[in-house]
Write a protein that binds this ligand. Sequence first.
Ligand code: PLP
Length: 417
Amino acid sequence: MPVSKDYSERLAQNLEKIVEHYGTPFHLYDEKGIRETGQQLIKAFSGVDFFREYFAVKALPNPTILKLMQDIGFGFDCSSIAELVMSRQIGARGEEIMFTSNNTSGNEFNVAEADGGCILNLDDISLLDKVPEVPELICFRYNPGERRTGNSIIGNPLEAKYGVAHDQLIDAYRKAKSLGVKRFGLHTMLASNELNHAYMVETARMLLDRVDWISNELDIKFDFINIGGGLGIPYRPEEKPLDIVSMGKEISELFKVFKNSHGYTPKLYLESGRYITGPHGVLVTTAINRKEIYRTYVGVDSCMSALMRPGMYGAYHHVSVLNKDGEDEVVDVVGSLCENNDKFAIQRPLPKIEDGDIICIHDTGAHGQAMGFNYNGKVRPKELLLREDGTVQLIRREETLDDLFATLDFDADNLSL
Ligand SMILES: *Cc1c(COP(=O)(O)O)cnc(C)c1O
């Protein structure tokens, strides 16, 4: 979807000045929009006794953004050492951090348990023997297999490498209990960019059912369920936004029913990334070339290094041109990589674009910069944050050739054989 009306007004007012000062390309994030979405999410779940969102750090791993999340009251969902370190650098500690890793290494567990630890969300029963110290609280990631169809983007759970299989679930918690674990969580992640709120409601229902089953078998209570991330955003103008109000209401109802029969409810955790920041970012780039061969190509001063999603998944990102409207011609908007999938838009009706025009690629606030890469020696662009007070903050500089060459510049350690 084009960015919100509010954000596009802020862009229309300020973008020329920002471009003049910082130069393109850059991702520009909108503090006001991020905060509003965060507050709306909290409000949507006000019907459950305890709700917490753990922002999926991988969606937008920037300390300034993470501080914003912390200020809203969110924790952090991490799946790598870098994400753990970054979350702790901005002051997150203990149960404000969830470590949802897979194929986890010993070193990752060491870091996860250092500095006040975090919630360990284990991907397999065998990992209980590999955790350096079994903590008081353990969560398992559940893979329901044939009991649930993943949504079309994330695929079939039977083929997914993640999580504990259904038939292993009781054994996993029994083993944890026998090792001295006192508090328990249950997690799953089955959706990606899901726009139907009923899917997430079903996920909550399924987890509460499993909690009921495991509790009865093992005589334990659950501290929390975590229904994962995967809340969708409407990338296309014709798509309807996810109905988080209904989602919150219906999940709250499930929790009420659970409370009536069990006398308590687990806390509800969510680990959304895309939904929180995705719509509140744009990649701003300048048209630098135009060529007319079998198709018309508009070349911009940015490429897949800044945004992989179109090339990697064929994902749609809305494109607009500053101060120009209309659909004068159909073009491909392309980067400069020697890969023909380095296209931000394919056969898209757009206003007539000339060299120097400022182009916005929408919805780059999640899995944009973060997925960027350096193939072809392309550097990733800078990141800017439009603050609520109207100032613009450089929150990451662009990469330089020195950054690219840094790993080549060392005293080689040669092994003689
Ligand atoms: C990627 C991921 C998320 C966040 O996904 P979004 O689609 O950005 O909400 C949450 N949890 C896990 C385990 C993930 O891998």
